[in-house]
Design a protein around this ligand. Structure first.
Ligand SMILES: [Zn+2]
Ligand SMILES: [Zn+2]
Length: 182
């Protein structure tokens, strides 16, 4: 909640405000979230207009999640822009629209949370990656390929495969593996 009382209700008066608020619960999407209570930095311009208060600004939030390809933890930050007109409570739909989507002041207070939620969620990638070209995980052993670009398997690593290989190579007893068949 943001108090707009100091702004007065004179159209044209404006005020710049920078505040840091704790992030609300459940902000974000399943794979990329803003940790509850983490600092949300708001850089705002409040401007009194005829029907209410126009809020323009940016919010910078901390993000936590996992890469969808390699499951590596992601820690990031994102800054989003928003602008919203908060109409005075008693204002009688000056714009002639009562669509229920109008944001309203509560007394002199602006509730930025719904706006913050919408803006942040829209800005998040549905498939967050630890890096743009994350190669993901090795399909054989699950190793994270970004950590080991030259990663490959010349030999089966699962002991069951090794045993099968041994059977196939029974003309060479005791040899664990003959490598790839030619
Ligand atoms: Zn990744
Ligand atoms: Zn592997």
């Amino acid at each position: 909640m943001l108090d707009t009382r100091e702004l007065g209700r004179r159209p044209g008066s404006q005020r710049l405000q920078t505040v840091t608020v704790p992030a609300p619960a459940d902000l974000g999407i399943e794979v990329l979230r803003v940790p509850e209570g983490s600092p949300v930095e708001l850089d705002l311009r409040l401007e009194a207009v005829m029907e209410g208060v126009l809020v323009t600004g940016t919010a910078t939030v901390v993000l936590e999640g996992e890469c969808v390809r390699c499951l590596e933890e992601i820690r990031d930050e994102v800054t989003v822009d928003f602008q919203e007109l908060f109409v005075y409570e008693e204002s009688d739909t000056a714009a002639g629209e009562e669509d229920g989507a109008t944001s309203r002041l509560v007394g002199d207070l602006v509730d930025l949370e719904p706006l913050l939620r919408d803006t942040v969620v829209l800005a998040l990638p549905f498939q967050p990656l630890c890096q743009d070209d994350c190669p993901g995980l090795c399909i054989e052993c699950g190793a994270r390929l970004a950590d080991d670009p030259g990663h490959q398997h010349d030999e089966p690593i699962d002991p069951r495969w090794a045993a099968l290989q041994e059977l196939a190579d029974d003309d060479v007893p005791g040899r664990i593996t003959g490598g790839q068949e030619e």
